[in-house]
Design a protein around this ligand. Structure first.
Ligand SMILES: Nc1nc2c(ncn2[C@@H]2O[C@H](COP(=O)(O)OP(=O)(O)OP(=O)(O)O)[C@@H](O)[C@H]2O)c(=O)[nH]1
Ligand SMILES: [Mg+2]
Length: 391
């Protein structure tokens, strides 16, 4: 296809953005606490999609991982050397990861072009799913500028779904479960994208307990009853607050070791992609429209302000307004220019003018003092007159 027929993202141009988006691959951003099994999940999903003859496009965004155990298409480590970043910017491990991701985010438009290209039917066997593996330190992605840039730029072009990997083994304690859910909830409300909770490691601990806690508040209460700490009271009230979050959320149990549950996961992805089209996209377009309107309103306001300033400046330059020690309007402009080294006048002329202004200021100051003295004298005179009359 000729490059003139492609848009910035490398996709065929269309007048209907929705039509363009529908042909695009679903992007899965895999997030989760350190060690929850994100990389193992990506590995298992990649292998299952390969066996269905639908190979995904896989991007590794973890600059600090030692090895990538799946066939990767774009690896951040090829672009940014995390150890060098730490050395050159004198950073610790977390700072190094954040900075590496920030550096990579500046080139993310290239990743978008690659993803778009691979989903073009002209390429033959176009990719239907693109997977992004993220760093272990979840906050590096969720609370950093680069994470927001990456997520928002993907979501504005492709159907994008957040996959939150939860470790079912580590979440058996109701309090740990609650903090994990709170984290998931905060990400959902921050990113406002379709969201799937993947309860991983079900080959070790089944996820039934977690599903029960999400649907039955009394069951969660019972689990909490054993620990009567401040935390459990807090978790109890938070659990009620999270009720709304639980109602809308899709949760599937998987084992990234055995491959169990991945069929359910892919079904949940289809539902989430529809949700993106039906809910996220209209909202995104509405916000975009609002933002564009706000920008044009702001432009109109600034232009009006400029016109008003220009008009008042023009009136200010009427010679009558400039009566006084500084002379006419030309002098005022001349002074400003000379302050930045411009103007045609010689230094002597400038010096002379400065003297004139200083002399005028001195005269004004003397006049002011004399008038003040006159007022005091006059007051004294009035007082002594009044005293004379009364005595
Ligand atoms: N039994 C079992 N172990 C798992 C499963 N998924 C991951 N693991 C193990 O959990 C550990 C962490 O897995 P990773 O895939 O490296 O987790 P991660 O979230 O990518 O880790 P970071 O990137 O360091 O945050 C590894 O020892 C995996 O073998 C699973 O489904 N079942
Ligand atoms: Mg990992």
């Amino acid at each position: 296809m000729a490059s003139a027929d492609l848009n910035d993202a490398g996709l065929p141009k269309s007048t209907n953005p929705l039509f363009e988006r529908k042909k695009k691959p679903i992007c899965l951003i895999v997030l989760g606490m350190a060690g929850s099994g994100k990389t193992s999940f990506v590995k298992q999903l990649t292998s299952q999609l390969h066996s269905k003859n639908s190979p995904p496009y896989v991007v590794n965004l973890d600059p600090a991982c030692r090895e990538v155990p799946y066939p990767v298409n774009v690896d951040i480590r090829d672009t940014v050397n995390y150890k060098e970043v730490m050395k050159q910017y004198s950073l610790g491990p977390n700072g190094g990861i954040v900075t590496s991701l920030n550096l990579f985010a500046t080139k993310f438009d290239q990743v978008i072009k690659l993803v778009a290209k691979r989903s073009d039917p002209a390429e033959g066997n176009p990719t239907e799913i693109t997977i992004f593996d993220t760093p272990g330190q979840i906050e590096v992605f969720t609370w950093s500028a680069s994470g927001a840039i990456i997520t928002e730029s993907l979501a504005s072009i492709f159907p994008t779904v957040i996959v939150y990997v939860m470790d079912t083994v580590r979440s058996v304690s109701p309090i740990t479960f609650m903090s994990n859910m709170l984290y998931a909830c905060s990400i959902l409300y921050k990113l406002r994208l379709p969201f799937i909770i993947v309860m991983n490691k079900i080959d070790i601990v089944k996820h039934d307990y977690a599903l029960e806690w999400m649907t039955d508040f009394e069951a969660f209460e019972e689990a909490l009853a054993s620990s009567k700490s401040y935390n459990s009271n807090l978790a109890r009230s938070l659990s009620l607050t999270l009720d709304e979050f639980y109602q809308d959320i899709k949760a599937v149990g998987v084992s990234s070791m055995t491959g169990e549950g991945f069929g359910d996961f892919l079904n949940a992805v289809d539902v989430a992609a529809l949700e993106y089209e039906n809910e996220y996209l209209p909202e995104h377009d509405r916000l975009l429209k609002l933002r564009n309107e706000a920008v044009s309103d702001e432009k109109a306001r600034q232009s009006k302000e400029f016109d008003a300033d220009f008009e008042s400046e023009r009136q200010d330059k009427e010679p009558s307004v400039y009566s006084g020690p500084r002379g006419g309007p030309n002098d005022d402009i001349f002074l400003r220019n000379s302050a930045v080294g411009g103007g045609d006048s010689s230094e002597e002329e400038e010096e002379e003018l400065r003297h004139k202004v200083d002399a005028q200021d001195n005269a004004e100051r003397k006049e002011h003092r004399a008038f003040k003295e006159y007022l005091v004298e006059e007051k004294m005179r009035q007082l002594s007159k009044a005293n004379g009359m009364s005595s």
